[in-house]
Design a binder for this molecule. Structure first.
Ligand SMILES: [Zn+2]
Length: 488
């Protein structure tokens, strides 16, 4: 007996030793980078130009007949006036009337080109919330150290910062070695099917293959939002896919005084409950694994030990991540019932009823797999399942977190935002980048704006704004990024 206890203790001691050694050896591969100070000749005019851009109501509507085409043309004019050097030096192509593709020819045609992506359409202000804005949504007010307005964070501040940086570099006589494209979409908020999709088709037709693209998608989390409690920039490597399914239940219609054992509404309710109970499987893989590998070493000891020993704690990690909706969305295809409809009168049994269920698909899963999963879970001959609206979109491919261009983006962030950690990650929403995966293996998604806990609600919400200091840093960031990435 003593021998067994001794052996058990011995095994336990070895196990603890392994866990501790792994934790001790668990370190992030952080390049050593020194801060770069870039002085801007003028810190006032760029801010006023951003404010002016916000005042142009380039709103995207699901129903495109509502589009104010004059606003989009005004935006083109505005860019021409604001950035004369760009319009003199770079070629410009108009795509589908409103999207813009600029080309800055590189000195070395043997190098693969790169592309900076942005969009200048914005989402509408939700009716009824107009008066909740501290400054009117399209005022472009400059107050309290911020530029206020719809489209500041998503994403005119990024777009303008890129333009400012190119304008500065052109004026300085900078010559990129590799060709740089600047692609500005006009319909990202409704899927980019006219803008980004056609820009990509044109480039593809011309035989262009891009070394990498950089678009919106992720931000810098401030120390309150960051799991490691220090600012964390996340570079999105992929974005989730999307499909909405219509679940239609059939039943016997008629008077409600003598209902059958199984009704349409009953079947529908059971189906939705079953889908919520039987979620798609969770997984710690791809961009999310890269994220935790990058931030794990900076976590407090207990968490660090767990992430350093994923071979032992993976089920526990998944359990913990499943508990919060933000982290749950990172590790699985999510299931969200969003619409339900059926029945017209209290004493009439409906012959059919339907629900819409929206799925955000994790890289690794597909639209097809989601449909199969839903069929298996519901398993009811009285229920039909079909795709609602546009066909579903599979998750994007995953870009490399070790490619040289990824490292250059990381380096630039560390040069301009010292003290900020950098990690790869997964974008939960859709961006124009999904179209560019047709012509580039490495589509990165990051804009250099710092978000705190309440800022996430401002994007597509009320009181969207950008800190002026942050905006000026964004101009420095893109200037440095082009210097770092356009030469080989
Ligand atoms: Zn956007």
């Amino acid at each position: 007996m003593k021998k067994i206890i001794a052996a058990g203790l011995c095994i336990l001691a070895i196990l603890i030793a392994i866990l501790l050694v792994n934790t001790w050896r668990y370190k992030a591969e952080t390049p050593s980078v020194s801060e770069v100070t870039l002085l801007l000749a003028d810190e006032t005019a760029p801010v006023e130009r951003l404010a002016a851009a916000i005042r142009i109501k380039t709103i995207s509507f699901e129903d495109e007949t509502h589009m104010d085409t004059h606003a989009f043309v005004s935006f083109h004019r505005f860019l021409e006036d604001a950035f004369p050097a760009i319009h003199e030096q770079l070629d410009r192509n108009m795509i589908h009337d409103y999207s813009l593709l600029y080309k800055w020819e590189g000195s070395n045609p043997a190098l693969k080109p790169m592309a900076l992506l942005a969009h200048f359409d914005v989402v509408p202000v939700e009716p009824g919330t107009e008066n909740s804005w501290t400054h009117p949504a399209f005022s472009g007010e400059i107050a309290d150290g911020f530029v206020w307005g719809r489209g500041t964070l998503d994403m005119k501040a990024s777009l303008l910062a890129i333009m400012e940086s190119i304008e500065i570099l052109v004026q300085q006589g900078f010559q990129p070695e590799r060709t740089l494209y600047l692609a500005l979409g006009h319909d990202e908020e409704t899927g980019g099917l006219k803008g980004a999709a056609n820009i990509v088709s044109l480039l593809k037709k011309n035989g262009v293959e891009l070394a990498f693209t950089l678009d919106e998608g992720m931000f810098i989390l401030d120390k309150e939002l960051s799991p490691s409690k220090k600012p964390l920039a996340i570079i999105g490597l992929a974005e989730k896919g999307y499909v909405t399914l219509r679940i239609t239940a059939k039943g016997q219609g008629g008077h409600s005084s003598m209902p059958p054992a199984k009704t349409a509404l009953g079947s529908l309710g059971r189906a939705i409950a079953a889908l919520e109970k039987n979620q798609m499987p969770s997984s710690l893989a791809g961009p999310v694994k890269y994220l935790f590998d990058a931030i794990g070493p900076d976590l407090p000891f207990g968490q660090k030990l767990v992430f350093a020993n994923q071979w032992a704690f993976k089920p526990l990690i998944l359990k913990i991540l499943e508990k919060m909706k933000t982290t749950n969305a990172m590790i699985r295809t999510t299931t969200a019932p969003t619409v339900i409809s059926g029945g017209v009168k209290a004493n009439v049994l409906p012959a059919s009823a339907y629900a819409l269920v929206n799925f955000r698909i994790l890289p690794g899963d597909t639209v097809k797999e989601v449909i199969t999963h839903v069929q298996n879970v519901i398993d009811d001959p009285d229920i039909e399942i079909s795709i609602e609206g546009k066909e579903g979109i599979d998750p994007s491919p995953v870009s490399s977190p070790t490619a040289e261009d990824f490292r250059q983006i990381q380096r630039t962030i560390m040069e301009i935002f010292p003290g900020t950690g950098v990690a790869p990650g997964l974008v939960m929403a859709g961006t124009d980048s999904k179209h560019y995966t047709r012509i580039s293996d490495n589509c990165y998604r990051f804009a250099p704006f710092v978000l705190g806990p309440e800022d996430t609600f401002r994007i597509h919400g009320t009181n969207e704004r950008v800190l002026i200091k942050n905006y000026l840093d964004a101009i420095r960031y893109y200037t440095q990024l082009i210097k770092n990435t356009s030469k080989k």
